[in-house]
Design a protein around this ligand. Structure first.
Ligand code: GDP
Ligand code: IMO
Ligand code: MG
Length: 422
């Protein structure tokens, strides 16, 4: 068997959580392969809304196993909060969730280092989620990380990491307050005890054995392709590989084992935090998209920056990921617009290009737009492709032609049921 991968093609918040939840009944295993509590994946069904951060979005559907893979960075405190809430809402989490021993742990001092790093950057700050993601992956790559499996036998690695971090914080002019640190450490240690009540696994074996046994595995991406550490809008990115290759390194799945790659995008585009965004709108239209799309961070509550769909960036993302099926989200947000714009090329120094430039951050990019007539019909109650207004079908056909990949699913509202397969 092969694994299917579902990931974001833009700057995150495309609606990954919703679609993973919808697709889960077709899979035996759902596995997160990168990122951590910087993610906020929203699911809605039965009149309830849930936001998941570290826990895979397959936990609300019966039957399957959910895995927090080795490429993930896990904060025990936030994990415990999230898990306890799920248990309260009736999810028998211990039965369905497994955690990789190789996942790296986020320490309280990683979060302090994240804040200190942002402070040091001043105006040039990344606008991180403040969850300690960058410092934790830095420790992993520099071979200083503390991993979930280390918790099973008290190795003294925690104290060594903490002391190193405290020295770094002092040298950055942001020394940790001892009383605050003591409180945070107490909460962290308690959360570790809770974490250890879950089944820890060697997830690379578990997943490959599942595939050998004919089981179906869905890999759930976090963030989005344009936030990838290697190919995103560097340095305004997250610190992991968000692209499909990240599923191989983050789960121990061989490249030849990748099956379908579901690429999710919004019918427009958003971004949170700093960094380049060529099609960003600073006008009434941008505000209208934000209001109608409720574009505020699922975790941080920050206003999301909004703009038109960027097909240059989407083609790039499709190429990097080997996307086989596209999923278009939040098309209903554009229901009201008489004209919808799509950026088909960039103009840089008077020259048109269809490539994302190396210096996307510094380049003066002028988007080249195609204007399409809006469908101006409410879509949220539409149940099948047969009910699509003609202009909506034209928009879908236009995107498929521009992107060269079929749009397999169209989402017309936040609820599980507002999902149309074509
Ligand atoms: P994720 O991080 O990719 O899982 O996405 P988020 O959960 O951060 O953001 C997506 C937001 O859009 C959530 O509030 C969803 O409930 C909502 N949403 C998802 N699909 C649709 C849709 O088709 N239409 C509308 N209006 N909202 C949607
Ligand atoms: P989901 O999974 C949107 C952004 C942050 C910041 C940059 C680096 O919900 O799509 P980090 O804390 O990772 O070091 O921040 O990446 N970012 C996200 N933006 N959705 C996310 O996750 C994000 N995770 C990180 O805003 O610009
Ligand atoms: Mg999100």
């Amino acid at each position: 068997m092969k694994v299917d991968v579902l990931l974001g093609l833009q700057w995150g918040d495309e609606g990954k959580g919703k679609v993973v939840d919808v697709l889960t009944p077709r899979y035996d295993v759902v596995a997160r392969f990168q990122g951590g509590p910087n993610a906020g994946h929203t699911l809605e069904f039965g009149g309830h809304k849930y936001v998941l951060r570290s826990i895979p979005s397959g936990v609300f559907q019966p039957g399957g196993v959910n895995i927090i893979g080795s490429g993930v960075v896990l904060d025990p405190v936030l994990f415990a909060q999230e898990a306890r809430e799920l248990e309260k809402s009736g999810v028998d989490l211990r039965k369905i969730l497994r955690i990789s021993r190789k996942a790296n742990l986020i320490l309280p001092t990683h979060r302090m280092l994240d804040a200190a790093g942002e402070k040091a950057k001043g105006e040039g700050k990344i606008g991180t989620t403040g969850k300690g993601i960058g410092p934790t992956y830095t420790d992993k790559i520099s071979r200083n990380g503390l991993r979930v499996g280390d918790l099973e036998n008290n190795t003294g690695k925690y104290a060594a990491a903490r002391d190193r971090h405290l020295q770094m914080l002092a040298s950055m002019g942001c020394p940790a307050d001892p009383a605050t640190l003591a409180d945070l450490e107490k909460a962290w240690m308690e959360a570790v005890e809770y974490l250890l009540t879950y089944e820890l696994i060697d997830s690379e074996y578990e997943i490959n054995e599942a595939l050998e046994a004919g089981k179906k595995v869905l890999c759930e991406g976090a963030q989005g392709t344009m936030l990838d550490i290697d190919f995103g809008s560097y340095p305004f990115v997250t610190s992991s590989n968000t692209i499909s290759a990240g599923a191989c390194t983050g789960l121990g799945v061989a490249p030849g084992r990748i099956g379908d790659v579901y690429g999710i995008f919004k019918a427009y585009c958003t971004r949170v935090g700093s960094g380049p965004f060529p099609t960003e709108l600073f006008d009434e239209t941008g505000r209208k998209i934000r209001d109608l799309g409720h574009e505020y961070g699922a975790v941080t509550g920050r206003e999301r920056r909004c703009g038109w769909i960027d097909l240059v960036a989407l083609r790039y993302a499709i190429m990097l990921n080997g996307v086989t099926k596209l999923i278009m989200m939040k098309s209903d947000v554009l229901d009201d617009f008489p004209v919808i714009k799509a950026c088909v090329a960039y103009k840089i120094n008077g020259k048109e290009t269809r490539r994302v430039p190396f210096d996307i951050d510094a380049a003066d990019i002028e988007p080249v737009y195609v204007e399409l007539p809006g469908w101006q019909t409410p879509m949220t109650a539409v149940k099948s492709e047969a009910e699509f207004p003609a202009r909506f079908s034209e928009y879908v056909a236009f995107l498929e032609k521009e992107l060269g990949v079929p749009i397999a699913i169209v989402s017309v509202g936040p609820d599980r049921t507002q999902t149309i397969e074509r």
